[in-house]
Each structure stands twice: as structure tokens, then as C-alpha cells.
Design a protein around this ligand. Structure first.
Ligand SMILES: [Zn+2]
Length: 376
């Protein structure tokens, strides 16, 4: 068994559902300490965060990852137990196999081989590993970066190991993400009997036009880097189940994935403007969970990773900003150049999550080649 596969299997056998790290980080710390990484733990709340750094020369490449996994879901639908990593037909099955314990294992063994060959390379390597990427992500990478900022250890480059590939390893790298903004709203009326509407105020009737107007807003156009901003209603609720009561309130929420062309302030103004123009009595709470970010094409990190993939895999990666948020957004706030490169994302968060065994070895070799091309 290769040492990447062995380490992946060890990590995958620990049931580290967010935010419980279940010892994954202690195990990684020991492995990295043996390579002269300096280990610091930054626990926050019930979240474990591991910072491991080797060297004091800039630039620093930080591998960002998470040891937590999402819950297993329908356990009966798994063909093998989710925390007993199992090989079938050339694939390794377990919760976290693609998202993202395999990438962590691949980078650890890549560093082992790279450091053995180039112990005195110019630059530094780091790992920032959290157990709260799949959860609220408040006590994870964000908290650790605050602590690192205070000791002036913010890395210049960040490679996020999230599963970015679509059909072939490295066919897609993520170079940015849209922002994410949620609006939680309540629109008020007056409860009453459906037979006496003049004594009540129906919040459903009152709000329909304004909600439709909000859904129909065209925010901006897509460009070569970002898809267009989109708003989706995710929840809408009113009424008590009875057919003879006009409810007092309608409530719900919508989420926007927005490109840098549209700011949170523009979004808030426009939506509040619509609600006010319709004369509604409402409450609206905004939660901004990520600003958009983008690492420019002329960044050395992007150029090296793009060229290394082309050289080693025989094809050029697509530079994408699609998909959900990742912890890359927290690094971007400190002007770190961020790229995401990891395995096939077809099975993430699903039952019977897997990574292809050859892809696992290829990923580790690709990470090693990137280290060589960046530092040597
Ligand atoms: Zn992930």
C-alpha cells in the first residue's frame, strides 16, 4: 500500500463529523513535526485548528484543508460502513474520501518526498487545517487566520485542497468565488377569518407582488471570470395549516450568489426599496457569509499551477469561479493568492463517497510537482 493511501485510510477511519476532529490533527501534527514543521494548535470553541509551518523564508505556500466531514446521511444506503474505508473496483470508499481527507494525505506525502529531495528550498511550507469547514466556519480558518495575522504569519499563497476536478484530475481549478448574502424576512399583516377579509390584512396577498419583483431583478451580466449574480428564494412560509384563517405573517429567506459587479450595499438598497415601495411592514435581516474574491491570472501561484498541470497531465485547467463557498474566502481577505485544486467532486457529500485510487496517487504527485515548480 502506498503511504498516501495508508494515511488517507487512517484519517478516513476516524469519524470526524463537524466540529469533532477525533484526533486527525494530532496525527497530522506528528507526521509534520517529523519533517521539521513547527506545530501550533489554535482551538476555538469546540473547533480544532492546526497550524504547521516549516521555514521562515518567504514566500509561504499554505495548504488549507479540513478534517471534518459532513454526516453520513442514509447509513443503509452505504455499501460499506462510511468510516471503514473500503476499496472496491479501483476506488476508495468512505465519508471524506473526496471532501477532503484524501487531499490532505496527498499533500502530506507530497511534502515528505519534496523535503527529502530539497531540504533547503527557498521559501516556507505551511498547513492550516480546521475541523469546522462544513459547519458555521466561525471558529475555524477565520479564527486561526486572525491569530496568524497578529503574529504576522499570513501566507502569500494558499492552495485549498477542496475537490475541484470534474472529469479528469486537475481539469478545473478554482481561482475565486462569488459572494454569498442571505436575507431573512418577515412581512406582517393582520390575522383574521377568511370570511371577513375586511377585518384582517392578508400578508400573503400583500407580499406576492414584491416577492415576484425581487425574484425578477436582473442584477448583472456574467463576464469571462464570474457567472451573473443570482437570487434564489430558499424558504417561504405562512399560515397554520387551517383553510379558514388569514395568517398574521409570511416569512422566508433568499440567498444571493453575487459577483464583484454587484455589492452587498446595492443588493440591500434595491430589495429594501422594493419592500418599501409596496408599503409593507417588514423585518429584514442580512447575513453576509462571504465576499467575492478572485486571484488575478498574472499571480505566480496560478501560473505555476496551470503550467504544472499542463506539463504533467497533458491538458490546461479551466479557471473557474463557480460553486459554493470555501475557506479560500477567508485567506483572500488578507490578500493571499488563493487557488483550489483537489480530486473529482462527483461524490462529495453523497452516500458512498469515493476517490479513485489512481487519482489519489496522481494528486500527490501533482502536488509534489507544484512544490518543485514553485520553489526550485
Ligand atoms: Zn470540503
Amino acid at each position: 500500500m502506498s503511504s498516501t493511501l495508508e494515511l488517507a485510510k487512517t484519517l478516513l477511519s476516524l469519524p470526524s463529523i463537524t466540529p469533532d476532529d477525533k484526533g486527525c490533527q494530532t496525527l497530522l501534527a506528528a507526521r509534520l513535526a517529523a519533517l521539521d514543521f513547527k506545530i501550533t494548535h489554535y482551538p476555538s470553541g469546540n473547533v480544532s485548528n492546526l497550524w504547521a509551518k516549516r521555514g521562515n523564508q518567504s514566500p509561504t505556500l499554505c495548504f488549507a484543508g479540513h478534517t471534518d466531514v459532513v454526516p453520513v446521511g442514509d447509513e443503509k444506503a452505504w455499501l460499506s460502513p462510511p468510516f471503514s474505508p473500503t476499496i472496491r473496483d479501483g476506488k476508495l470508499y468512505a465519508r471524506g474520501a473526496a471532501d477532503m481527507k484524501s487531499s490532505i494525505a496527498a499533500m502530506v506525502t507530497a511534502c515528505e518526498r519534496f523535503i527529502q529531495q530539497h531540504p533547503h528550498f527557498k521559501g516556507s511550507l505551511a498547513f492550516l487545517i480546521t475541523s469546522d469547514e462544513e459547519g458555521p466556519a466561525l471558529d475555524g480558518t477565520q479564527a486561526a487566520l486572525k491569530a496568524l495575522k497578529q503574529i504576522e504569519q499570513i501566507p502569500e499563497w494558499c492552495l485549498v485542497g477542496e475537490a475541484s476536478s470534474k472529469d479528469k484530475l486537475g481539469d478545473t481549478i478554482k481561482v475565486g468565488r462569488r459572494g454569498s448574502l442571505t436575507g431573512h424576512f418577515k412581512i406582517f399583516g393582520k390575522q383574521g377569518h377568511v370570511a371577513y377579509p375586511d377585518l384582517a390584512k392578508n400578508p400573503i396577498h400583500l407580499s406576492l407582488r414584491s416577492l415576484a419583483a425581487i425574484a425578477e431583478i436582473e442584477w448583472d451580466d456574467k463576464d469571462t471570470i464570474f457567472p451573473a449574480t443570482s437570487l434564489q428564494f430558499a424558504n417561504l412560509h405562512s399560515g397554520f395549516g387551517a383553510n379558514n384563517v388569514i395568517p398574521a405573517m409570511i416569512e422566508g429567506n433568499f440567498n444571493l450568489r453575487f459577483s464583484p459587479k454587484t455589492t452587498p450595499e446595492m443588493i440591500k438598497q434595491k430589495i429594501e426599496g422594493i419592500l418599501m415601495a409596496h408599503g409593507l411592514t417588514y423585518e429584514l435581516q442580512w447575513v453576509l457569509s462571504g465576499k467575492p474574491f478572485y486571484t488575478q491570472d498574472d499571480s505566480k501561484l496560478i501560473q505555476v499551477i496551470t503550467n504544472t498541470i499542463e506539463k504533467n497531465m497533458g491538458y490546461k485547467p479551466i479557471h473557474s469561479t463557480a460553486g459554493g463557498t470555501s475557506d479560500g474566502r477567508f485567506f483572500a481577505e488578507y490578500d493571499t493568492e488563493v487557488v483550489e485544486l483537489g480530486p473529482n467532486n462527483a461524490s462529495i457529500h453523497q452516500v458512498n463517497e469515493w476517490i479513485d485510487l489512481k487519482e489519489l496517487e496522481d494528486l500527490s504527485n501533482l502536488y509534489e510537482a507544484i512544490l518543485t515548480d514553485l520553489f526550485i
